[in-house]
Ligand binder design. Sequence first.
Ligand SMILES: Nc1ncnc2c1ncn2[C@@H]1O[C@H](COP(=O)(O)OP(=O)(O)OP(=O)(O)O)[C@@H](O)[C@H]1O
Ligand SMILES: [Mg+2]
Length: 474
Amino acid sequence: MRVKKKITWLSIFIPSCFKSENPSDSTPLPKKPKTTKTKKAVSEKSSLLERLYYQSDLSTSSTTLSEDLSNSLPGSNLHVFTLAELRVITHNFSSYNLLGKGGFGPVFKGFIDHKLRPSALKPQPVAIKLLDLDGLQGHREWLTEVIFLGQLRHPHLVKLIGYCCEDEHRLLVYEYMPRGSLENQLFRRYSVSLPWSTRMKIALGAAKGLGFLHEAKKPVIYRDFKASNVLLDSDFTAKLSDFGLAKDGPEGDETHVSTRVMGTRGYAAPEYIMTGHLTTASDVYSFGIVLLELLTGRRAADKSQPRREQNLAGWARPRLKDLRKLRRIMDPRLEGQYSEIGAQKAAALAYQCLSHKPKRRPTMSIVVKTLEALKDLDDILGGTFVYIVPNTDQSDCMHRKHVKVGEERKELKKENGCHHHRKHQMNLLRIEANFAGWLLVCSMVLEILGGKLVCSVCCMLFIRLRKSDVVCYY
Ligand SMILES: Nc1ncnc2c1ncn2[C@@H]1O[C@H](COP(=O)(O)OP(=O)(O)OP(=O)(O)O)[C@@H](O)[C@H]1O
Ligand SMILES: [Mg+2]
């Protein structure tokens, strides 16, 4: 867990780079900043980065850009790839290797083999994001991603391995995350439902990533926390990706950063949407939304739901504090298999994160602590419904209707004898009932045909069966 030293100068320079995002700032971009002799070294870097931010765009010479970046990010270990290399790695960006597509552009899987950079790069799978030149994002998002992820390293942030800028092409090369995004895992129709403990592990991992950004020496506001930006490793370790919208937090006496409102519908904090004032509490709100998604299995904004349920926060928040209501909004795909205490605590946490007053929201370190405490709760409710057929002879064996899965197994072991007997009897009853059913149908047919004798025999046979036994099976 570390922030590279460079975060300090990153934070010194980046705020000015984003001035153009301020809605009140429509003045032309300033030229080179004034420098003083005492800060000569800093100023050199400053002018370099400011030039990148203010003056670079897709038409900037890629050689200049790469040089400026590697001078500005020494020690970042970012590799500069050529487009030809990335073509080889992805089989010419073959559609077979397409992992998905977002606002930046398509994402392809690739494999760096031992021949590519034998001494510098170990063989590994990678994910390569290619800027869609007709899309809404562009050079600035690419640059922000390179600068932030080039310097921030943490087990819960996705690792940027390198980048490519050639002509107008802009690409990013990341470590490959085998389980894709949380969005895919949680909402994909035909995927296996994520178990409760995995959901809590993901929430905790993502909270740690966000906490790391907020508690860095110079805090970073992530601004785009959402299920599709939480990527999952093979063991469901969560890592934050997409730093294209990230911003340095307020400095000194400032309470917020003013920006153009950007982000994703359903996740952005209400005060940020209303005022453009951005704080770390805006990220906490978005975290609360993702926590709600994990609890309910519903999307932050879902047009397929009835109108009043389309906005997840509006629908779910009033139901988070009442246990009965909470049970009703829990993800049905969990099939009741979750820790009830854990769910209550997670729901109370989501409630706080979604407070309309930013100051009432917890900090991410409190969120992390709260979630840490839920990890080991083992009061997982049994989802299996066991119905035992009432039988007067074996009344001592039948004292339970709902049994927790674990207890049920023990119970069954203890009662092995009576269980087998009961099972045998059930089978006999089932056969008898089936047989009676068929006779009844036959007798009705025969009665129609005038066979009154057969009809009465059938009825007698049917009456012989105890009503309750038959009802148990039909
Ligand atoms: N490092 C990675 N490893 C594996 N899959 C990835 C990686 N990065 C992205 N993906 C996959 O690519 C898809 C698109 O990701 P991308 O971040 O470009 O878009 P998004 O998050 O869905 O949308 P947005 O542009 O709004 O952030 C995701 O669904 C994710 O599964
Ligand atoms: Mg994304």
